[in-house]
Design a protein around this ligand. Structure first.
Ligand code: FDP
Length: 314
């Protein structure tokens, strides 16, 4: 009997890519596939949920879960079924939740990033970071073994990295994530800027200065209010800078290290860009609590460096 090699498929599926290109360990591959399956249900829920999007009843007066709560439950269920997740933490829960004792991974996730945009039909996303072991406290985002996000826009796209390049997939009409682009790269100079928590310019003078510099230099504004979409813009165009800086209301900025900043810092640095909290790479920032917030500057290297200088008043 002759052994047949797998023919190269016409469309490269996520599973094929994880197995043949990323040479991902089997258990991690299974986990990422389970996460992608959860994302298909979320994508479907977003498209089929009626205008009760942010209410608790639909047009028939039936009890309906808010989409962020529903997304959280869908992911919880899929992680539970995978049996390779020791514990998980989600932006919806304040604590680490144990799943399968002695399983190899902990998953942290924001089930529906940009959920305040749901009723506007802007793009929203789900963000996942995977660590080995059963806890993330005391670790830093550089220790993630995989990061994946799904963006529910006009198309549903999935972007993942297991430490060897950042790769983008599209959900096709038969429900398969197929390869769109491999090895996304972020160039050193930014033409676009994406300024989060902009109200902080009223009490953080250096953020105001940075804003003025961007406007004086006629950079192009690209800000949607969903971090997943705004960082995807950078990865997709191969340049840009995204910031979320502290002010009086949120001294450390609005965004969380574990669920948002850590995963995106990992992807952007893997793609050749930079990340910073104003001083150091976010990948080296120690996680002290699940709720920890941090200023974030991510994107094209030269621009991140320049932003840090301006924000430090140099
Ligand atoms: P949202 O609250 O809608 O979930 O996660 C927080 C977040 O969205 C990010 O996706 C987004 O970048 C940020 O809030 C927007 O904050 P500002 O309105 O302060 O810019």
């Amino acid at each position: 009997m002759t052994k047949s090699a797998c023919p190269i498929p016409e469309h490269i599926s996520l599973n094929y890519h994880l197995f043949h290109r990323a040479k991902c360990p089997d258990d991690l591959r299974h986990l990422l596939i389970d996460i992608s399956r959860a994302a298909k249900y979320i994508s479907h829920a977003i498209q089929t949920t009626d205008t009760g999007l942010t209410k608790t009843t639909n047009t028939f007066g039936e009890e309906q879960l808010k989409l962020d709560v529903l997304s959280d439950r869908i992911i919880h269920q899929h992680l539970c079924e995978s049996e390779i997740v020791a514990s998980f933490a989600s932006e919806e829960h304040g604590e680490l939740i144990e799943l399968t004792a002695k399983a190899p991974y902990t998953v942290v996730f924001d089930p529906l990033d940009g959920s305040s945009l749901v009723d506007t039909n802007f793009a929203i996303g789900s963000i996942f970071g995977v660590y080995e072991g059963k806890d993330v406290i005391g670790k830093c985002p550089r220790e993630q073994v995989a990061v994946l996000y799904v963006l529910y826009g006009p198309r549903t796209v999935l972007v993942y990295c297991t430490g060897n390049g950042v790769h983008e997939f599209m959900l096709n009409s038969v429900g398969e994530f197929v390869l769109l682009r491999e090895y996304l790269g972020v160039g050193d100079d930014a033409k676009n800027f994406s300024p989060g928590n902009l109200r902080a310019v009223t009490d953080t003078a250096s953020y105001h200065d940075l804003m003025n510099q961007w406007m004086d230099e006629a950079l192009t504004l690209r800000y949607s209010g969903c971090m997943a979409a705004d960082v995807h813009h950078i990865l997709s165009k191969g340049q840009g800078v995204f910031t979320n800086i502290g002010g009086n209301k949120y001294p450390q900025g609005k965004l969380r290290l574990v669920f948002e900043c850590g995963p995106f810092a990992y992807l952007i640095e893997q793609a050749g860009g930079a990340s910073s909290d104003g001083r150091n790479s976010l990948l080296d920032k120690k996680i002290t609590s699940l709720d920890q917030r941090t200023p974030i500057i991510v994107g094209s290297k030269n621009e991140v460096e320049r932003c840090c200088k301006v924000l430090a008043g140099k």
